[in-house]
Design a protein around this ligand. Structure first.
Ligand code: 5GP
Ligand code: ZN
Length: 162
């Protein structure tokens, strides 16, 4: 079975590796594989997480969404249950479960998500202001385990949030 992900070449390689009928799971010499059992286990869990991830499916296009913006690093789309006249979700193409899971190689990508939020806000004429929110973890109400920036605007937003 071959599984293909459009959202990230890395996901594509991982899925191809783990679901290829031609390659034994314990083969460690294949390019891109790792001989460490821990990192191999991580890659399996990561691949399963990607395959079950709502936002990865939206990025891939297998679940429909209303596109607002996209580039090689991120995809932005309208929230299905908007909490303000403008409510856009900005997600990286790479699956990162939450801000708490971002690694030392992610600062540029995280900055790009915020830059994208500002660009969309400008394009949508949110000159009076807007809010960017990243819910992290259950206590903050994160309900989808793929990091996303909420861009909210088009009305006065109360502070502090609940
Ligand atoms: P969180 O609660 O994790 O910070 O935000 C998740 C957001 O995803 C929520 O605002 C929710 O309305 C939105 N959402 C959940 N499922 C879907 C979906 O299938 N499509 C879209 N466009 N948004 C979704
Ligand atoms: Zn994902």
């Amino acid at each position: 079975m071959q599984v293909r992900f459009k959202c990230s070449a890395n996901h594509h390689r991982l899925a191809e590796y783990f679901f290829s009928t031609k390659v034994a799971p314990d083969e460690s010499t294949r390019e891109g594989s790792t001989s460490s059992p821990d990192s191999r286990a991580f890659m399996v869990l990561y691949t399963v997480a990607v395959m079950n991830c709502l936002f990865c499916k939206i990025i891939e296009g297998s679940i429909p969404s209303i596109e607002v913006y996209q580039d090689d690093q991120c995809y932005a789309f309208g929230d299905i249950d908007p909490k303000a006249p403008v409510h856009v979700l900005i997600v990286p193409r790479e699956h990162i479960a939450s801000l708490a899971d971002a690694g030392e190689h992610h600062p540029a990508l995280l900055g790009h998500l915020l830059w994208t939020a500002a660009k969309i806000a400008r394009d949508k004429g949110l000159s009076k202001g807007y809010r960017t929110v990243i819910n992290t973890g259950r206590d903050a109400g994160q309900s989808v385990d793929h990091i996303h920036v909420h861009l909210l605007g088009g009305r006065r937003l109360a502070w502090p949030p609940g």
